[in-house]
Design a protein around this ligand. Structure first.
Ligand SMILES: [Zn+2]
Ligand SMILES: [Zn+2]
Length: 1070
């Protein structure tokens, strides 16, 4: 077959070349003969085989387009040896030097092949006889994910490169660096030497009376790889056998203490643990109910949940609800919070079986999970078995909605549905609303910032409709993770006063260990070598834990990291033949199709999984069973997030582990230096803005359509109602206000409560198109703002850890067509985003300063001009692409940096780009709604002028940016920047004060760094930021006290030019 002959012939040529031209090679052979003369002939022969393999593999691996499948290697080795290569010989070599030989079945898709698309259909002709044909044996497994089921496995043989006990290349197949022939020879020598040493060691260590050869051959039997599909069948027919690789049941796993000790003994452990603290276990605190529960409810709790007594926070909440109070419970994860609203629901239903309730969850997954739990409880409750509980969300078919309204007692839904479906059709829901007793909102901490501010108005609309149908007694119950000021948050979200706050956690908890895990340097002696990859550390640690029966979740900050971890696990576990473990790991993140999500959720809830790789989507508390460990890949977005994620592990009496793997970013390194802050620092208040006129007006347009408004409705919508009604709505003769006609007939469609773009790209797998029965498959939908960075032609797109190549993107139809392509490189877009002020709508003074703040139209233009092909951290290639820029118009505000200051910065060797970027983040750090704002983040790639790519560096260096601090709405429908502008001057002052007072040296996340910086805060200058802030505020600058900096690299900033204002714009006072 074509590929094998190429490899065979070429390596023959290589061998020939070495023989004739290389004198050193001849003398090497002589040395070998001398050194091995004392060996039994069996080992001398084995060494010949090894040397042939070594030569072939060195050649093959230096040619990236050749896959080192066993058939390919075998053909070439046989060419050199002039005799057949037996599988048993390779197994003996593997047994002798296991640390340098990889010999295993891996999924065909993980083969490294240079071509974009792969056609391995001819592989079967080559397969050695011992390969059991996978398709005839593959039993359909229930656990496989889409795209995985048809994967075939191929036998791969290659060498692994080790350095100081650490895998150089990260997880998966070894990555051959491009080597000179000299380096290649050196490597071949090194491996031959390793083999000789191993034989010497074995001969020396062989006990008297035994034969080294027999020992090796016995050991080799364990090293013959078995096709995983065949293995399943063998395992079924041949139970027993030598299974010392059995993973303990999670209940029998070692203690976390023992595991931490064991980690520290691993060859890959290089003092990554920089901080550890242990929190002792806590006993349960039970509470008493004012009125005892009925026997049936007690029975239901006992039978369905095994609950015979209640914790303090549960009884406190149930008591408060009995007194008709609204309740917020803010306690740790898994403290049994659902009981708090389930029990009152049962009580209401017992009193009156017509009672209804709404349970609201931020995600469908969570709703799904909780619905099942409630159904089980009702089923165990005599007299209430008939109660109908349904999910009412965007996936609910239209034709079922009517039945649901008429027959369901409890609906599980979300605020999006309340806003866009239930309230606009309130007339259909009147009976339900009249009987409504309880609204439970779980995970209340999720509702903050812009989304929370919209939800606050949706709840006000909802309360108004309930009151209109004569129901003023609805009780709101909510639960949240541990947050700052829970009752204040609930009051502002719901607009109610009478709130009982319960924060005393009565649930027991097991012992908990928290670890901060720093990345070791690649070369411990030289910091310049850079740090190892956090992905690799996370993958390695996750496998280590799973192999010990520890159920673990890895949280990634972005979807892409999630895919990379999954890919790493897939490669590593396949290469080790641990498909049994791989089958127990699943990725879970937003964007997957509904079908895939449900499938993964089902697997997760059933408690069958050992590992989950997730984005923050799961942070919300989906019950994924008992987890023993959490790995956070990089510091999550804020302290509250950190604590919530860490809280996902451990329940009741079990010990648990939370590991923060610190990335090589300023914010992560800050916590490496000051780990105390992870535990001591107070959490930020959650922000809900109920005074925003932009948001209120949007919801008044909706509310007026639900039921005409009057000025009395100010009790719901606040004091600005009258003014907004008069100016924005239509008044009729009787004094009622109606929706402005331009928003009809569906005003709610004009309000996106999540502030997200509605435009989504559909990602379609067309791999099988054209094959018999081949149909395209929709893999996921992604928002436009992400599509631009992930869907570019030629790019690698990852889905559930599998790689696809983007073939075609249509921006008209918003469809991307992908084919499954099995590559072991990834791509990273090369892009820039320009944020340009286009028109000034408002101008505002800054107190005490001649400078101004400006507000207006901002154009954001993202250009993906190419991508980088990467293998691990090795750059393979730069590829140019020609995609249309992604442009959007938003609102934003800006401050222009005075010309004199630019001069001063340059004079002092401070880079204006660093100063401006840091000053922008300093401003954002002091403004509460900043999570919904963005700034033009400066990229190191541009500012530090990477030399590798002269062409583009030059091109990009010519891209000059105005000296301007600019902040804009993350969403096109956002309105945060308008509010931010109102406070722009005060916040500027606070930013200055906090930067000046911050005791850090070069900036930290308390002053100039931001957890959300899209470029990782690499381009930063605290000194520069302080000067920019001082200049804008017109504060004195003592130029002598500014330290001179070396000031290298390009200067990418030019003076900002004045942006034309609309006619008649007046300067507003500060
Ligand atoms: Zn600082
Ligand atoms: Zn930034």
């Amino acid at each position: 077959m074509k590929r094998s002959t190429t490899a065979g012939e070429s390596s023959k040529k290589l061998a020939k070349k070495q023989k004739v031209s290389s004198a050193t090679s001849a003398s090497r052979n002589q040395d070998d003969d001398e050194e091995t003369s004392g060996w039994p002939s069996y080992f001398r022969d084995l060494f010949k085989v090894f040397k042939a393999l070594n030569t072939v593999l060195a050649f093959v691996s230096s040619h990236k387009h050749l896959a080192t499948t066993f058939p390919v290697v075998r053909a070439s080795v046989e060419g050199l040896l002039k005799r057949p290569l037996e599988l048993s010989k390779v197994a003996e070599i593997k047994a002798l030097v296991p640390e340098i030989v990889k010999f295993a079945y891996i999924p065909e898709n993980d083969l490294r092949i240079h071509a974009e698309t792969v056609s391995l259909n001819t592989k079967r002709e080559l397969s050695p006889d011992f390969t059991l044909h996978s398709q005839s044996l593959a039993a359909p497994s229930t656990s496989v994910l889409p795209g995985q089921e048809e994967e075939e496995h191929v036998l791969v043989l290659e060498f692994i490169e080790y350095s100081r006990g650490r895998l150089k290349s990260g997880p998966g197949l070894s990555v051959p660096p491009s080597m000179t022939p000299k380096q290649l020879n050196k490597l071949v020598d090194k491996r031959n030497q390793r083999f000789k040493d191993a034989v010497d060691e074995l001969i020396k260590a062989t006990p008297e009376g035994e034969v080294s050869m027999d020992l090796l051959q016995a050991a080799a039997r364990d090293h013959i790889p078995v096709n995983p599909f065949a293995k399943k069948v063998l395992a079924a027919t041949n139970a027993g056998g030598s299974q010392n690789l059995i993973i303990p049941e999670p209940k029998d796993r070692p203690s976390i203490d023992d595991i931490i000790v064991e980690i520290q003994k691993q060859s890959w452990y290089e003092k990554q643990i920089v901080d550890r603290r242990t929190f002792k276990e806590k006993a349960a605190v039970e509470g008493l109910l004012d009125e005892p529960l009925s026997h049936t409810i007690q029975q239901a709790l006992r039978e369905s949940r095994n609950i015979t007594s209640l914790y303090y926070h549960q009884t406190a909440a149930i008591n408060a609800i009995a007194k008709k109070k609204h309740v917020i419970v803010s306690t740790s994860t898994a403290s049994g919070k659902s009981v708090i609203y389930q029990v009152p629901l049962l009580k209401f239903l017992e009193e009156n079986s017509n009672s209804t309730a709404i349970f609201i969850y931020p995600t469908k997954a969570l709703a799904q999970d909780q619905r099942t739990a409630l159904e089980q409880l009702l089923w165990a409750c005599p007299g209430l078995q008939h109660i109908k509980v349904v999910t009412y969300d965007g996936d609910t078919p239209q034709d079922q909605r009517r039945t649901i309204r008429e027959t369901a007692s409890v609906i599980f839904t979300n605020f999006d549905m309340l806003h866009a479906s239930i309230l606009p059709h309130e007339e259909l829901w009147r009976t339900f609303m009249k009987n409504l007793k309880l609204v439970a909102v779980d995970e209340l901490h999720y509702y903050s910032n812009l989304f929370g501010s919209h939800v606050a108005q949706v709840i006000r609309r909802f309360r108004r409709i309930c009151a209109a149908v004569g129901n003023q007694r609805v009780i709101f119950v909510s639960c949240s993770a541990t947050i700052a000021k829970p009752s204040q948050h609930m009051k502002s979200l719901f607009g109610v006063d009478d709130v009982e706050e319960i924060v005393e956690d009565g649930a027991p908890s097991g012992k908990k260990d928290y670890i901060v895990w720093d990345l070791p340097y690649k070369d411990p002696q030289a910091e310049k070598s850079g740090r190892t990859s956090s992905l690799h550390e996370a993958t390695q640690l996750m496998i280590f834990l799973m192999m010990r029966g520890v159920r673990v979740i890895v949280f990634c900050k972005v979807r892409k990291a999630c895919e990379f971890v999954m890919k790493g696990l897939r490669q590593e576990l396949s290469a080790d033949g641990r498909l049994d473990v791989l089958a127990k790991v699943m990725p879970y993140r937003g964007g997957y199709s509904q079908e895939d999500r449900r499938r993964i959720e089902h697997e997760a809830f059933s408690g069958r999984l050992l590992g989950i790789v997730a984005t923050n989507a799961l942070e919300l508390g989906v019950d994924i069973g008992v987890l023993d460990a959490v790995i956070m890949l990089g510091f999550p977005f804020g302290i509250a997030n950190f604590r919530q994620q860490a809280g996902r592990a451990g329940r009741r009496s079990r010990d648990s582990l939370a590991v923060l793997i610190a990335d090589d970013l300023p914010i992560d390194q800050h916590y490496v230096d000051y780990p105390d802050e992870l535990y001591d620092q107070p959490m930020d208040d959650l922000i809900v803005d109920v005074d925003s006129k932009v948001i209120i007006e949007a919801h008044l347009q909706c509310a007026a359509h639900e039921m005409p408004l009057s000025k009395d409705d100010a009790v719901y919508f606040g004091a600005s109602l009258a003014e907004l009604c008069d100016s924005k709505l239509r008044k009729d003769q009787d004094g009622w206000y109606h929706t402005h006609p331009k928003f009809l007939p569906y005003p709610s469609r004009h309000v996106s409560i999540r502030g997200a773009d509605d435009d989504k790209y559909t990602v379609i797998d067309v791999t099988k198109l054209g094959l018999p029965h081949g149909v395209p498959r929709i893999m996921e939908e992604i928002e436009l703002a992400r599509a631009i960075f992930e869907l570019y032609e030629g790019g690698v797109f990852m889905h559930q850890g599998l790689t696809f190549i983007v073939k075609e993107v249509s921006h008209d139809t918003k469809v991307a067509r992908l084919v499954r392509a099995d590559v072991n490189w990834s791509t990273r877009p090369r892009d820039y985003t320009d944020v340009d002020a286009k028109q000034t709508h408002r101008i505002k003074e800054i107190a005490g300063s001649p400078h101004r703040a400006y507000f207006g139209r901002v154009d954001v233009t993202t250009v993906v001009f190419g991508f980088l092909k990467l293998r691990g951290s090795e750059m393979l290639e730069f590829v140019d692409v020609d995609t249309l820029p992604y442009e959007r118009q938003v609102t934003g505000f800006w401050f222009d940096v005075p010309k004199d200051l630019l001069g001063l910065l340059r004079e002092k060797g401070l880079k204006p780009a660093e100063a401006i970027h840091s000053a922008s983040h300093a401003w954002m750090n002091r403004f509460a709604l900043s999570p919904d704002l963005r700034t033009e983040c400066k990229a190191a790639e541009k500012e530090l002028a990477e030399r590798k790519d002269e062409k583009h560096t030059e091109e990009k260096s010519r891209r000059k940016r105005p000296a301007r601090l600019i902040l804009y709405d993350a969403s096109r429908k956002g309105s945060v920047s308008a509010q931010a502008f109102d406070h722009s001057g005060e916040v500027l002052r606070q930013a200055h004060d906090s930067v000046e007072a911050c005791p850090c040296d070069d900036g930290c996340y308390k002053c100039i760094h931001s957890a959300t910086c899209s470029e990782g805060n690499v381009v930063a200058s605290k000194a520069g930021a302080l000067l920019v802030l001082k200049a804008l505020l017109n504060l004195d600058i003592d130029t002598n006290s500014v330290a001179q900096q070396p000031g290298q690299g390009p200067d990418t900033i030019v003076e900002a030019t004045y942006v034309r204002p609309l006619d008649g714009v007046q300067v507003e006072p500060a």
